[in-house]
Design a protein around this ligand. Sequence first.
Ligand SMILES: [Zn+2]
Length: 400
Amino acid sequence: MTQRGKCSSIAIGLLCMSMPGCAGAFLGAGEFFGSLGDGLTSAGTCLSPLAPIDLNAVFAEAPAVDWVDGVAEVTDAPQPEVIAFLSGQLGQDVRPVDYLSLRLYELGSLAKGEVIEIEPLGDVVAWVSLYDRDYTLIPGGSVRDFDGRLRVLQIPITRDTASVYLRLDLGVLSERNEPIARLARLQGVTRPTPRQQTVVLHFGGQEAVTFRNGLIAPIRIGAIDNAVVRNTAVEQFRAVYAPYDLIVLTDEDPTPTEPFSVIYIGPSELPLFGYGLAEIADSRNACPDDVALVDANQPAWQLARLFGREVYGQALGMIAAHEMGHLLGLEHVSDPDDLMTGAQCQGAGLNFERMLSRQLRRSPLTLASADLQPWTLGYQDSVAYLTDILGPAPNPSAHE
Ligand SMILES: [Zn+2]
């Protein structure tokens, strides 16, 4: 494979590993924390998502922004009601200095076609997202690229919505009541069109897989030689993304001429503390050449192999499909039957049937707290999002 080009306008998805103060959205990028390990559902001790929350109640606490001629500023004012609500969800006192750095603001009624521009002020804001009708997430992204430069984000409104909510995840907790972001409502901005993406599933081994966030050392990945394992993994992966305009190749195909992402699948030389790891949660697929890993050397895979090469390959394919979701911008959800589940599981026992039946769908969004107990705020509609980002798969008959 050729060297990937540099893409500077990307989010830093694994920031939380070194930033205890930042909010859970960043955890969505990686399975570096063992308890976020993907794909394998254990019997009995899997932490179930918390009880459904009253989203109307928590969003009602969001202060309304004061638009003046389509421009507004938001401040880092403490939101005690939101913190109290989350404390109730977690069943324990939330200590803001530990991790809780989430702010909600009501932007009011917005129409399909409008674009919200968010300009971070200072160093406080780390991650931006909006909630659409029904509290469905509209991913925004990191305000910093890999070089640490602040970016201005533009998030399109995808449907008419009476109350759009802005969520800011703060990298530091200042609570200085100072402006932390400038907002603008833009009209007539051309919305990004869906864009075809190419991914290479790489089974041939790689000496040093590097992540551009620089937070993990280069990892050596071994090869998977068995054709049955490889083929079933590819087949499983393709089945997940069949509805979308995603070209799935392997390292045995000619190197694509267009930018492409790579998912390295094989035994990792170093333990990843999870089944897979994505470079970033690449919101709105801003960068077409991301990297992810699927570690075929996890102890649980020893069990997987007992089920036969096909099941083993299918399971690897499902983990790869989950990591692809991150590379396209999806975060974790709490629904254990959703491909993007971030449900924590402990103990022995594997449920491959459930794992292989997972789907991309609309599910409660997972935000992970400091102790990695999942709680939810809103929903992630993976199907609508991927259709918006990639577009539907071209109809084969249309080309005949
Ligand atoms: Zn994940």
